[in-house]
Design a protein around this ligand. Structure first.
Ligand code: MG
Length: 160
C-alpha cells in the first residue's frame, strides 16, 4: 500500500520530467558555449545540468520511499540555438522561474490534500529555487559589466 496519494505521485513524476528537461536545456547551452570555447560558461552549465539530474533523482527517491511508483515521462527536444549570451542567460532565469512555479503548485497541492510527508522535500526545493533564480540573476548582472564575452567567461566561477 502506497503512502503517497496518486495525485502527488503523478505530479512528482511530472516534476521528474521537468528536472530532466532542465538538464537537457542546460546541456544544450553548455554545448553552445563549448563550441565557442567559452569554457567556464560551458563548465557552469554542464554542472548545472548535473544538478538538475540530481534534482530528478531526489524526487524519484521520495516517491520510492513512500511506496509510490516512478514513471519517467517522455522528454521533449529543447532549444539549442541561441542568438548570444544574454539570450541564454535570460532564458535560464525564465526557465528557473517556470520551475519555481511548478514546485509551488506541488507545494500547494500538498497543503490542500494534507500530504504532510512531501512538505519537507518541497520546502527544500522552494529554498533551492531561491538560489537557482539568484544564480541566474547574478550571471545576468555580471554579464552587463563586461563588454567582451571572453572577459566575462574568464570571471565565471562555480564552486561545485
Ligand atoms: Mg531543478
Amino acid at each position: 500500500m502506497a503512502n503517497i496519494s496518486e495525485k502527488m505521485n503523478a505530479d512528482l513524476n511530472k516534476q521528474i520530467g521537468e528536472e530532466l528537461e532542465s538538464a537537457y536545456i542546460y546541456l544544450g547551452m553548455a554545448a553552445w558555449f563549448e563550441e565557442r570555447t567559452l569554457d567556464n560558461l560551458a563548465n557552469w552549465f554542464n554542472k548545472q545540468a548535473s544538478e538538475e539530474f540530481a534534482h530528478a533523482m531526489k524526487f524519484k527517491s521520495h516517491i520510492l520511499e513512500r511506496g509510490g511508483s516512478v514513471h519517467y515521462p517522455e522528454l521533449r527536444e529543447q532549444k539549442q540555438d541561441w542568438a548570444g549570451i544574454m539570450e541564454i542567460l535570460e532564458a535560464t532565469l525564465e526557465h528557473e522561474q517556470h520551475i519555481t512555479s511548478k514546485i509551488n503548485e506541488i507545494y500547494e497541492l500538498a497543503l490542500e490534500i494534507k500530504e504532510h510527508s512531501s512538505i519537507p522535500l518541497l520546502l527544500w526545493f522552494i529554498k533551492e529555487q531561491v538560489e537557482e533564480e539568484d544564480n541566474a540573476m547574478s550571471l545576468i548582472d555580471k554579464f552587463k559589466g563586461y563588454k567582451n564575452e571572453f572577459n566575462f567567461d574568464h570571471h565565471v566561477k562555480r564552486k561545485e
